[in-house]
Design a binder for this molecule. Structure first.
Ligand code: IMP
Ligand code: MG
Length: 399
């Protein structure tokens, strides 16, 4: 029993990556289990900003293995770009980044089909990141996808050609990817083939048998789950805790703790319901204070108040055992901020400025954490008060 899961309780961008980076060193392995390059996990290290899309946020701990599980879909071009960034920052990855042979590839045509179907929806569009996520998962479940393991066969190019050709019926000739795009794709696939592609579930099961601690890193958030989110305004994967088992090949009994990450306010990129959304100038104020612009698409995020009614539901769906509260330092810069309690009533708080380098949370921060913890009936084990790895307090034990 040593699988811990970190996941988002809102619409993504709760600060999961930062929390994973913070606790990652305590694990043998950090593994991604769903989603793909639609994700954007922002980490600050030595004052520098790093954005990860497909590589697990444990990568900055050189002694930790990083796994991209079978539930993830991989875009070879952007994946290689991320690898290049690791090299530029002298972050070693070669012997410790393992990719599941069962993970599916995103083809250049998937991205174009994604764009075409979003445009066709007009005002009903989802607000997708246009990374090809939905078409790639569609092909996976249609049993027509290309898996990483397929790249290991000598005839892998034929396999890709066939998959691309199948998309001819879905894409008008004028939208077909150009030579340059296809060449970049094929070059990235060649590089990907040289990486550690294996039946990674065997390793995970061995580690699990040996009692090694594994950290599963969720992407997006509970409210974007394909079944339990605001369908159709959702992503095309399961973002719930239960998805970690299927997305890695570990049994349910492996799960030990589930850390639900929530931001002290709420944001949503893309369309769909947002009950506590701010529709006045305070929305832009929060955007600015919290730098709420998509790390994948650069789009401004819709902002609103923390909704504990929704968080409560998310925590139950995921079997959350512990909470991590992020960006408290941002919300307290508002002169007044609201929180919707689990009973649907709003409670108002007067803002304060959190001392930036406090080694202990202030009395006001403690009080807020206590309110949250009481309302949700869960311990707050991490309290993030700034972007850096060290700007995290531990009000309750994480054990
Ligand atoms: P898709 O997953 O790109 O198809 O996008 C579907 C919806 O999920 C859109 O509203 C996106 O903005 C949202 N979404 C996808 N990935 C993320 C993420 O990592 N953070 C926040 N929102 C996301
Ligand atoms: Mg993000």
């Amino acid at each position: 029993m040593a699988l811990d899961i970190v996941l988002g309780l809102q619409w993504g961008d709760e600060g999961k990556g930062k929390i994973v980076d913070r606790i990652g060193a305590d694990y043998h392995c950090v593994a991604r289990f769903q989603g793909g390059p639609n994700a954007g996990h922002t980490l600050y290290r030595d004052g520098r900003k790093h954005v990860l899309h497909q590589i697990p946020s444990g990568i900055f701990h050189p002694e930790v293995f990083c796994v991209v599980g079978n539930g993830v879909i991989i875009d070879p071009v952007t994946f290689c770009r991320e690898i290049d960034q690791l090299d530029e920052n002298d972050i070693p990855w070669r012997d410790r980044l393992w990719l599941s042979s069962r993970a599916h590839l995103i083809l250049p045509t998937h991205r174009l089909i994604d764009r075409m179907s979003e445009e066709a929806k007009g005002d009903d569009r989802i607000g997708s990141t246009l990374r090809g996520i939905t078409p790639a998962y569609v092909d996976k479940y249609a049993r027509e996808g290309v898996r990483l393991g397929d790249l290991l066969a000598a005839s892998y190019e034929l396999r890709i050609e066939k998959a691309l050709e199948r998309h001819r019926t879905q894409l008008p000739e004028a939208l077909w990817p150009n030579e340059e795009t296809l060449a970049a794709f094929h070059a990235a696939v060649k590089r990907l083939r040289e990486m550690a592609i294996l039946n990674v579930e065997e390793r995970l099961l061995d580690w699990h048998d040996q009692g090694a601690a594994i950290l599963a890193e969720g992407a997006q958030g509970t409210l974007l789950d394909v079944d339990f989110g605001d369908y159709p305004y959702v992503t095309s994967s399961h973002t719930l805790a239960a998805s970690a088992c299927i997305g890695l090949g570990l049994p349910p009994q492996a799960v030990r703790r589930v850390l639900g990450v929530l931001k002290a306010y709420a944001t949503r990129v893309g369309n769909g319901p947002f009950p506590t959304e701010l529709l006045d100038e305070r929305q832009e104020q929060l955007q600015r204070l919290g730098n709420e612009f998509g790390s994948t698409t650069g789009r401004p995020r819709r902002c609103g108040w923390l909704d504990l009614e929704l968080i409560r539901r998310a925590a139950r769906l995921n079997g959350v055992t512990h909470l991590a509260l992020t960006k408290l330092d941002v919300i307290v810069q508002m002169p007044e901020f609201l929180v919707k309690e689990t009973n649907g009533a709003y409670r108002s708080f007067t803002g304060w400025v959190e001392p930036p380098d406090a080694s202990e949370p202030s009395a006001q921060a403690k009080e807020f954490v206590e309110f949250l913890s009481d309302n949700l009936g869960l311990p707050v084990s991490f309290l993030s008060v700034g972007p850096e790895r060290d700007a995290v307090h531990c009000p309750a034990p994480w054990a």
